[in-house]
Design a protein around this ligand. Sequence first.
Ligand SMILES: [Zn+2]
Length: 338
Amino acid sequence: MNADPILRPSPISASVDFDADGIQHGHLRLPWSRDDSAWGSVMIPVTVVKHGEGPTALLTGANHGDEYEGPIALFDLARTLRAEAVSGRVIIVPALNYPAFRAAKRTSPIDKGNLNRSFPGRPDGSVTEKIADYVTRSLLPLADIVLDFHSGGRTLDFLPYAAAHELPDKAQEDRCFAAVAAFSAPWSMRMIEIDAVGMFDTTAEMAGKVFVTTELGGGGTATARSAGIAKRGVANLLRHAGILAGRPELGETRWLDMPSSDCFGFSPEEGLVEFLKDLGEPVAKGEVFARIYPLGHTGLAPYEHRAALDGLLAARHFPGLVKAGDCLSVIATTAENA
Ligand SMILES: [Zn+2]
């Protein structure tokens, strides 16, 4: 037996042949032995469309199970994409953390795994780690361009944006931001992460891929507008890659920057939150833009949450109550703030 877990084969088997021409709908089957199914499986839906010569796009949704724009756009694309329209290959996994998606939760109900903190994964790890490992070692090597959809889920809400990260390889970074521009969401972000360890983003970027992510809304649902942004964005990205014919349908996008970790605001208290600004509204450094009222007493002053920098409100805590340590807000800067 090989001692190195990375050299073990993945326990996941695909019912589709990624090298076959045409359209195939199938599953990534992950053995999951449990009380109600001794030799049961997790069945992750997958579509592969291959035709002609061209690059491969890997499109993933529901990396977090309670974010819906990606699954909507990708279940729709898998149903409507015609093989003859494709030059190259499109691999579509609308609900990557499928157990979490079925439970309508951010993390997996099986192992509490947060898929986007589980990369590069382990073939002998938890169910979530096995999914990450399969993506890292089986899907990612097939891909030239990767789009991983996110939104705020049940606890955050975002201005709708596509994003990429600053990278050490500036040529790769340029390709990523060109793809963000082609996605053409209403907002485009130069993004930094609170906690990049274990993210799909980091794994794909280190593998040299063109990687685009999104935050398209939140609150545990999708709107007509946010789902439309997702559908148009993925089609634009496929046109940009040359996999679909034609040029991206570019709308107006405004670029945002996250210049430092000061962008992230965290609540020091639990309480009832009152936002004094809505998403997209400007905030000035030092300005109070949210109040947090104590829950158990009247007559007490609320905690005042102040902006650490000039910018606009790009994300906010979604539910009405906050806990100590919750991310309350993200302030992004525009060209006017630079
Ligand atoms: Zn997410």
